[in-house]
Design a protein around this ligand. Structure first.
Ligand code: SF4
Ligand code: SF4
Length: 341
């Protein structure tokens, strides 16, 4: 009998949650999907971080090489961890914004860190209604844990060639969060088969050719060439001359727009005229306005000088006329999901 099985048998029932109850609670809180995984260490096939770092693909995101052991094993993040509850919140917007306000769709609304974190706290409270002693560490992209790898292990999707989690219903347009807990679950989910098939649309659509196959067949995103990395994380005064922004002033959706799963995903967020006006007003805003407006948005991640730098670079590249669909496949309505047979 494995050590974990022995621990499970010796755990009082009060230290074990019913997985269906947790999933129903997650749905009530507003999450679109929930999966539950056992908190044992991830293998290199689940998290190709070592190789990615060894090849320098993290550019100057040195924080990603910190706490490496913890990223592989959540029991180092939370001693005694038994379970990772993984949740998804879809964010496909009703329409996209182009021109000067062209930013990645994940950044349109309230900062997902704030939104998902508050929903995770609500989920903990909902689980406590049934299990008063339940406690968990909520994680949203701010602690050293690989949200994609845990979502895969929890059966919520697969790592697509775009290197993101692809969920069959939400595509890759989803925020990911986790609860790490010392409670066991009565049932653990298993990973889904990879649904990319022979599709390479994302790889072909990348304007910077930064989605590259790695040794194990998984794809890497080489951040050193990625527009999303450069427009958000790069703190230099200027961007590399060779970088193609495809009109984006923050992030880049080129590898997601073409994905058949994203095209088929249902809209999860209605963009109001006020939202659009607000975003459009940012392009020419002064620093004080930019800071005030973006205080609770993902755009808050960048400094004002980066915003101006990105705006200048995108204007130089496309003379301010990029339509919202400049890197989307034509006739996307007719795009079908890969044949998985
Ligand atoms: S975000 Fe843009 S630049 Fe980066 S991998 Fe995707 S398509 Fe390429
Ligand atoms: S575009 Fe195709 S290859 Fe890329 S993630 Fe989507 S299904 Fe997979």
């Amino acid at each position: 009998m494995s050590q974990n099985a022995q621990q499970l048998n010796s755990l009082p029932a009060s230290r074990q949650v019913n997985s269906q109850f947790v999933k129903a609670a997650a749905s009530q809180v507003g999450f679109d999907a929930c999966g539950i995984a056992e908190a044992t260490a991830l293998g290199d096939d689940e998290l190709p971080l070592n190789q990615w770092l060894a090849n320098g693909c993290n550019a100057d995101m040195h924080y990603l090489s910190e706490h490496e052991a913890m990223r592989y094993d959540p029991r180092l993040l939370l001693p005694g961890a038994q379970t990772v509850v993984s949740v998804l919140l879809g964010y496909k917007p009703s329409h996209r914004i182009g021109g000067k306000a062209k930013i990645a769709q994940y950044a349109y609304g309230q900062d997902y860190h704030e939104r998902v974190k508050s929903m995770l706290y609500a989920l903990i409270a909902a689980i406590r209604a049934e299990y008063p002693d339940f406690d968990a560490k909520p994680c949203v992209d701010t602690v050293p844990i690989s949200d994609k790898a845990w979502a895969v292990r929890a059966g919520l999707g697969w790592r697509g060639r775009n290197t993101l989690l692809v969920n069959p219903q939400l595509g890759s347009y989803c925020y990911i969060g986790e609860l790490v807990t010392t409670f066991r679950a009565d049932h653990y989910d298993t990973p889904l088969p990879n649904g990319c098939g022979n599709c390479h649309r994302c790889v072909d659509a990348c304007p910077n050719a930064c989605l590259v196959p790695s040794k194990g067949g998984l794809y890497w995103n080489d951040a050193r060439r990625c527009a999303s990395y450069h427009t958000v994380e790069n703190r230099s005064q200027s961007l590399p001359a060779s970088l193609r922004l495809a009109g984006y002033a923050f992030g880049c959706d080129c590898c997601q727009l073409v994905c058949p799963y994203n095209i088929a995903a249902r809209v999860r967020y209605t963009l109001s005229d006020t939202d659009i006006e607000l975003l459009e007003s940012l392009a020419d805003s002064d620093e004080a306005t930019f800071k005030k407006v973006t205080r609770h948005m993902a755009l808050n991640r960048i400094k004002y000088f980066q915003w101006k730098r990105n705006q200048s670079a995108r204007q130089a590249e496309c003379t301010g006329t990029c339509p919202p669909s400049d890197c989307e496949a034509e006739n996307t309505d007719e795009v079908e999901k890969p044949n998985l047979d």
